[in-house]
Design a protein around this ligand. Structure first.
Ligand SMILES: *[C@@H]1O[C@H](CO)[C@@H](O)[C@H](O)[C@H]1NC(C)=O
Length: 294
């Protein structure tokens, strides 16, 4: 008798655990539901019932995927584990982009390296077709050992790039001084793994070692708290939870985060277009003066 009671308690515990975990999985997104594989044939794979996606690159082709939805503002999180070992020559691009010649784009690009040498995280912002706003960083961890979270917060006031929830870059809306800001073209999420050994590693000096192919990058825990664009030119907020919505709509770096950005920029930034006087002999882009550390 007591054994029966015990096991039914166990069963209900297990059941509630099961319900809890399945709720978490749904809110974390599912690759089958949210993305299409766009190129590379079977080099791109959705695994574990939609919880994991892998891209691979071999001598013949790379691979890529894109989101089914287009978004206009939001917070987008993705966990990525980059190509391990000798990844020199490979580039893993993860970005938001709209379409057409005057497109907007928010970029993360990971430039591989030989074993033990650091990846470069390359970032850029395009508004109305114009980019040239590169900032590059080393990371404070090995991005091939484990999954790390790469996030884009995009609201009407600013774009923030975050790594494991640490902001590394902010692009402010400075339309007031005539700088176009991405705010009316909905963007899709794209990612691809490809060969760029003509420029990626030490400026193209180190080539891809094809004896190490296929190269693989992995993705999981996609989360979009964002406005999904619909053809009726309206924006439907994905999250009904107002706490989640305020997490991005008014998101700005607080004092502690501004300190973190300075820390990242002082210790890990290796290129900033805003310091490249040679490249802009006529004067730095106007936004550079306004956002000294951001
Ligand atoms: C690769 O390692 C070299 C040597 O440490 C470094 O100069 C370079 O910035 C690293 N990253 C890339 C992508 O070239």
């Amino acid at each position: 008798m007591s054994t029966t009671t015990f096991s039914s308690l166990q069963v209900s515990l297990l059941l509630s655990l099961f319900i809890l975990t399945s709720l978490v999985a749904v809110s974390a997104g599912n690759f089958y539901q949210d993305f299409d594989i766009t190129w590379g044939d079977n080099r791109a794979k959705i695994l574990n019932g939609g919880n994991l996606l892998t891209l691979s690159l071999d001598k013949i082709s790379g691979s890529g995927f894109q989101s089914k939805n287009e978004y206009l503002f939001g917070r987008i999180d993705m966990q990525i584990k980059l190509v391990a070992g000798n990844s020199a020559g490979t580039v893993t691009a993860y970005y938001l982009s709209s379409q057409g010649p005057t497109h907007d784009e928010i970029d993360f690009e990971f430039l591989g390296n030989v074993s033990g040498d650091p990846y470069i995280l390359h970032t850029n912002v395009f508004s109305q077709g114009k980019g040239n706003r590169e900032q590059q960083f080393y990371l404070w961890f090995d991005p091939t050992m484990a999954f790390h979270t790469y996030s884009i917060v995009w609201n009407t006031q600013r774009i923030m790039f975050l790594v494991d929830n640490i902001p590394i870059r902010v692009f402010n809306n400075l339309e007031s001084i005539g700088i176009p800001f991405p705010k009316s073209q909905p963007m899709r999420i794209y990612s691809s793994l490809w060969n760029a050994d003509d420029w990626a590693t030490r400026g193209g000096l180190v080539k891809t070692d094809w004896t190490k192919a296929p190269f693989t990058a992995s993705y999981r825990n996609f989360k979009a708290n964002a406005c999904v664009w619909s053809s009726e030119s309206s924006c439907v907020s994905l999250s009904t939870n107002s706490l989640q919505t305020s997490e991005w709509q008014n998101r700005a770096p607080n004092a502690a985060e501004r300190n973190r950005i300075r820390w990242v920029q002082q210790k890990y930034m290796i290129y900033n277009y805003c310091n490249d006087f040679k490249r802009f002999p006529q004067g730095l882009p106007a936004e550079c003066k306004r956002s000294r550390f951001l």
